[in-house]
Design a protein around this ligand. Structure first.
Ligand code: SF4
Ligand code: SF4
Length: 457
């Protein structure tokens, strides 16, 4: 699209990124077909193409209004439009810039601004959030139904963190909400890795990956989280840490973006790029570690569905990896329609946009439950909590299910070579996101792809 940025954005980092993205969009509208908000609301301004046009107007000098802000607020940042777009438009980068500009110029109604601030503080105060979840679990029968739905059930034994040390070490995230909402997931992850001879460490000086504040108009707060994590993780990296392995797909997507987010900060750019390159979603890491290894003893099949979070399938382009592992370990995966569509969780979206969020959840659950699965699995704490609040079917993290299978079935030593990965197709950004070609990866393959991308940049 022909674009003429306003003077104040010309030759600025945001202006350069935005202009490149705006020029890549040919306004064809293919993306509207897979946009959840457009499908529900049918309003062009609640479609990716419409939002791109709104942001273009603002960046060209138009004054944004509360209506502009509302259309951007309603976007789930699911990035389904990026998967659909034939021109490779990096919509989410433009949205980050557009939201920042619009939020700095349009005043939110006072009550709404206070509500967002309280929510942000609650979510980012880990001890308080964890305590509220514990109290909520005990007092669940006394709570109103709406609050009960916000407290996920724990479906497997929580157990203990493994105590054995190993030469191979990886870092996990000191996440903000998962430990409170799904207390078994981190421990199950650490135990599975322990069985494979890998020690998982959590650095308590680190914290939230920064995604929540960053996507709630608080860019500085988000970047402060990024810097704090880099500072906390760096000593481990200097001591030979193998990787950062994250079991929340929203957070692995964010940490893989640290290199891009810190690219203009000379004190952090290099370290951030290194951290992005050594970060894996748990699915990528475990697929490589397990390879073709199978259970030693035959396990009874279980009828399951897997909901791939948008941050896994659209942001990280990891598709089919978890599903392949689950099938190997005895899952009878049921077909699901509209697996590309968001479930409506999207960070704090389920609280900030409850009506749209619940419509998307109902639609997702009717697709997931069509074949009466025994369990619904997913890969992101937000999706698991959100879906679990709308169904009686147990909703769990896939690693919780995998751990039960590993315990029941043992694991063979058989290994095979894994196919290589293809590099990310987006042009802008120095983040080292990679696309999986198949169901598993090799580290040399990933490093080669990252080096190729760095050379091309
Ligand atoms: S974002 Fe892509 S699919 Fe959507 S209108 Fe622009 S070019 Fe077309
Ligand atoms: S990120 Fe999702 S909700 Fe937002 S415009 Fe793209 S497809 Fe629509």
């Amino acid at each position: 699209m022909e674009t003429h940025l306003a003077e104040r954005f010309l030759n600025t980092p945001d202006g350069e990124v935005a202009e490149r993205i705006l020029r890549a969009c040919v306004h064809c509208g293919f993306c509207t077909a897979t946009c959840p908000t457009y499908q529900i609301l049918g309003d062009e301004q609640d479609s990716p193409r419409g939002r791109i046009y709104l942001m273009k107007q603002v960046l060209e000098g138009a004054t944004p209004t509360l209506s502009t802000l509302r259309h951007l607020d309603r976007c789930l940042t699911c990035r389904n439009c990026e998967s659909t777009c034939p021109s490779g438009v990096h919509y989410s980068r433009l949205l980050d810039i557009g939201r920042r500009v619009v939020a700095s110029e349009v005043r939110r109604p006072r009550g709404e601004a206070i509500g967002r601030s309280v929510l942000h503080r609650l979510i980012s105060h880990k001890p308080l959030f964890d305590s509220l979840m514990k109290i909520g679990r005990v007092a669940r029968p006394l709570l109103p139904a709406a609050l009960q739905a916000k407290i996920p059930h724990v479906h497997v034994p929580i157990g203990k963190w493994p105590t054995q040390t190993h030469a191979r070490k990886i870092l996990m995230l000191n996440n903000c909400v998962q430990e409170g909402m799904l207390p078994a997931v981190d421990k199950a992850t650490a135990r599975v890795l322990d069985r494979l001879g890998i020690q998982a460490i959590i650095e308590r000086k680190s914290g939230c990956c920064g995604s929540l504040p960053y996507h709630m108009d608080d860019e500085e707060g988000g970047l402060a989280d990024v810097r704090r994590n880099i500072d906390a993780w760096w000593p481990h990296i200097e001591q030979g840490l193998e990787a950062i392995v994250i079991n929340i797909s929203g957070c692995s997507a964010m940490v893989k973006d640290y290199g891009y987010l810190m690219r203009l900060d000379p004190a952090y750019a290099e370290k951030a790029a290194r951290i992005s390159a050594m970060t894996f979603d748990l699915s990528e890491w475990l697929a490589r570690e397990l390879g073709s290894r199978r259970p030693k003893t035959a396990l009874p099949a279980q009828r399951l569905v897997f909901h791939p979070p948008c941050t896994l399938q659209h942001a990280q382009k990891i598709r089919g990896v978890v599903e392949a592992m689950l099938t190997t370990w005895g899952a009878e995966l049921q077909p699901i329609q509209e697996s590309h569509l968001c479930c409506g969780s999207a960070g704090a979206y389920s609280v900030l946009q409850p009506e749209l969020s619940q419509k998307l959840r109902s639609r997702k659950l009717s697709n997931l439950e069509r074949h009466q699965p025994e369990v619904i699995l997913s890969a992101n704490v937000g999706c698991i909590g959100h879906l679990g609040g709308g169904t009686q079917t147990p909703v769990m993290h896939w690693i919780e299910w995998m751990e039960q299978r590993l315990l029941a079935g043992g694991v063979t030593d058989e290994r095979i070579e894994m196919p290589e990965m293809a590099p990310d197709t987006h042009e802008e950004g120095a983040s080292v996101r990679n696309t999986l070609k198949a169901t598993a990866i090799t580290r040399p393959g990933r490093e080669a792809a990252a080096e190729k991308k760095a050379e091309a940049a």
